[in-house]
Design a binder for this molecule. Structure first.
Ligand code: ADP
Ligand code: ADP
Length: 228
């Protein structure tokens, strides 16, 4: 799905202090693209993902994802939107330690009205043979694969990734990137990735850069590379 953000503002009140996390942020992401979001810590990257994903509200401006305008949605409608269309991947995999791989992915499946097949999804991320393991028995890269499967099984239209390789070594991180690229190509999922990893920037169709809540730069990548 395409994503449009128009002059979005978001302020957090933290005690006496007001922090403007997003300042007139405007963004246009065509359907089926991979976009990376770069910028220093505190520049508003996570806030941008969270408002697009319907985890957070914004103060003014407009956001449209596919045909859904998020501005006036009631909490219930925002939750429905999130469940139906959005997959999230975080740096911390957020798996439930007492559930197996398959049971963790089942959590994602239950949120969806049109879930994908369990076996298919676990095979796509290369974790079918470990479906009965618990998170503590898996490496970081494997746990992230499970987290990706949990997001994917919902058949999301947009996939929002907040530092997905941040906790992984370079080699493992690359494999996760390959998997995200594969998902984008196979399912046509629009993918937004916050990252410090230069390799991701090279793989993306376009790159945006944030500073102090503003989108200060945005450019197309003419030759997105395939991670080797
Ligand atoms: P980034 O992802 O680029 O590190 P964030 O979007 O997390 O940036 O944060 C942008 C700004 O908003 C920062 O100054 C941060 O401290 C502030 N902020 C983020 N979330 C909250 C919150 N829940 N309460 C108060 N301030 C917040
Ligand atoms: P709510 O309690 O508001 O109904 P959900 O049941 O949708 O929230 O989500 C429960 C948990 O799953 C939350 O911690 C949230 O961060 C995470 N989550 C919400 N939406 C998604 C999503 N689309 N993909 C992955 N994780 C999500």
């Amino acid at each position: 799905m395409a994503i449009f953000a128009n002059q979005v503002n978001k302020t957090y009140q933290s005690g006496e202090v007001k922090v403007q996390a997003l300042r007139q942020a405007s963004l246009e992401v065509p359907d089926e693209k991979i976009v990376t979001i770069l910028g220093p810590s505190g520049s508003g990257k996570s806030t941008l993902l969270n408002v697009i994903g319907g985890i957070d509200r914004y103060d003014s401006g407009s956001i449209k994802v596919g045909d859904t305008v998020l501005d006036q949605l009631k909490d219930r409608q925002l939750t429905d939107y999130r469940r139906k269309f959005v997959g999230f991947i975080f740096q911390q995999y957020n798996l439930i330690p007492t559930l197996t791989v398959e049971e963790n992915v089942e959590v994602g499946r239950e949120l969806s009205q049109q879930p994908l097949d369990m076996k298919d999804t676990l095979e796509k991320v290369g974790m079918w043979d470990k479906k009965d393991k618990f998170p503590s028995q898996l490496s970081g890269g494997e746990q992230q694969r499970v987290a990706i499967a949990r997001a994917l099984i919902k058949n999301p239209q947009i996939l929002l990734c907040d530092e997905p390789t941040g906790a992984l070594d370079e080699e493992t991180g690359k494999n996760i990137l390959k998997l995200l690229k594969f998902v984008n190509e196979q399912y046509g999922t629009t993918v937004l990735i916050i990252t410090h990893n230069q390799g991701i920037g090279e793989m993306a169709h376009s790159v945006i850069r944030m500073k102090s809540g503003e989108i200060v730069d945005s450019y197309e990548n003419e030759n997105p590379v395939h991670p080797e």
